[in-house]
Design a protein. Structure first.
Length: 382
């Protein structure tokens, strides 16, 4: 056994040591980035390649785009193809943003003022997306797809607007294609790509973020028809002030990884905070820790046994298996083969789960939150 394998085994056991326990075999599938613009089109992708930008080196450029009709239809087919011990299908917690920049209005302001539009308006600008919002509603009704709050936008508004006003060449190039992130390998971090939407550099930005969060949570409820009970911060970066605003709007649990990144005002650095499932903050909110991963678009090998191994460890410690998986794995608008290949992997994973653990229960993040808090009956409400 290699040293790398030993370290990996130690790590996946350590993250399952503390926290909330259950003998029930619970599986939660958390998927981020729904509703957000990424690569605009194949034409945009080819344009950036011709300009010499290595966009082909990032799977987010090659595969990720605003979800189209077929993306959701095919995903729902796979999720509905299996049933848990209670007869429920696999459900994906779709962590979604509810808005994107209104590029036309920003341009008309001379980049002096920021404007946003609901993601339902963004869908109207794309060619294969006219039924996406109704498919959201269908997925919710059929208990296949449960959106939760991922932000108003997946965008650090203050930093992006500063880049546009400073005539940053990469920001302006992306803007011309109604995009804000290039994932070129040049600016490949969350900060460099303006993706860490809840990171702030000053008290003034914190006040701006409070308004963004409030507007986003209200828009989420308007579009989805229910309050989001959980939230996942973009790039796992947020502070206690964010938790306060979320709590004021009914968010009871915070999804995340073992590490939370807390931006330090004006220093360009972060502090780390460590979490575990069931841990509570001063507001009574609790944290839900992802302890499994299914990211076939990033994987060099077979992603199914990798995920199953981590699920086995979670269950051995009487933890729920909370799987991290991103939207790009299931997108075919840019590259249909990406969607078909990875949906095949997902189906294999779901079949393996229900075969290996026939007593498995599929829950959404809000349902798990209610179970952890002792209010399980709320988990069936929307």
């Amino acid at each position: 056994m290699s040293l790398k394998t030993i370290k990996s085994a130690i790590t996946r056991n350590l993250i399952n040591l503390p926290g909330w326990r259950t003998k029930r075999r619970i599986v939660v599938i958390e998927s981020d980035d729904w509703g957000s613009v990424r690569m605009a089109s194949k034409d945009a992708y080819n344009y950036f390649l011709l300009k010499g930008l290595p966009v082909d080196k990032s799977p987010y450029n090659s595969f990720d785009a605003l979800e189209c009709n077929e993306d959701l239809e095919r995903l729902f087919d796979v999720l509905g193809s299996v049933k848990d011990v209670n007869g429920n299908p696999a459900v994906m917690t779709a962590n979604a943003v509810v808005a994107n920049p209104d590029f036309e209005k920003i341009r008309n302001s001379g980049f002096q003022k920021y404007y946003y539009e609901p993601f339902t308006k963004t869908l109207e600008r794309y060619p294969e997306h006219d039924r996406v919002y109704s498919l959201y509603k269908q997925g919710i009704k059929e208990k296949l797809f449960k959106p939760q709050f991922h932000g108003r936008e997946h965008l650090n508004v203050a930093r992006w607007m500063h880049a546009l006003q400073s005539r940053d060449s990469f920001a302006l190039m992306a803007f011309e294609w109604n995009m804000f992130s290039l994932h070129t390998g040049i600016n490949s971090t969350c900060r460099g790509e303006y993706l860490d939407a809840f990171a702030v550099e000053s008290h003034e930005e914190q006040l701006q973020l409070r308004q963004i969060l409030s507007e986003g949570l209200e828009l989420f409820q308007l579009l989805m028809g229910y309050q989001s009970l959980t939230c996942i911060a973009p790039c796992y970066t947020w502070n206690s002030d964010v938790e306060e605003v979320l709590s004021d709007h009914g968010v009871r649990a915070l999804q995340g990884m073992v590490i939370q990144w807390v931006r330090i005002y004006g220093e360009g650095t972060h502090n780390k905070r460590y979490h575990y499932t069931g841990q509570r903050n001063q507001l009574g909110q609790h944290y839900l820790l992802r302890n499994c991963s299914f990211e076939p678009s990033h994987s060099q090998g077979d992603p199914v046994p990798y995920c199953l191994d981590r699920m086995h460890t979670a269950f051995a410690w009487h933890r729920p298996a909370i799987i991290s998986t991103h939207r790009l794995n299931y997108m075919g608008f840019l590259n249909p083969s990406n969607r078909e290949q990875n949906l095949n992997h997902l189906k294999r994973l779901l079949l393996a789960i229900t075969t290996r653990w026939p007593d498995v229960e599929f829950l959404s993040s809000d349902q798990l939150s209610d179970l952890v808090s002792g209010d399980e009956k709320r988990g069936d409400q929307t």
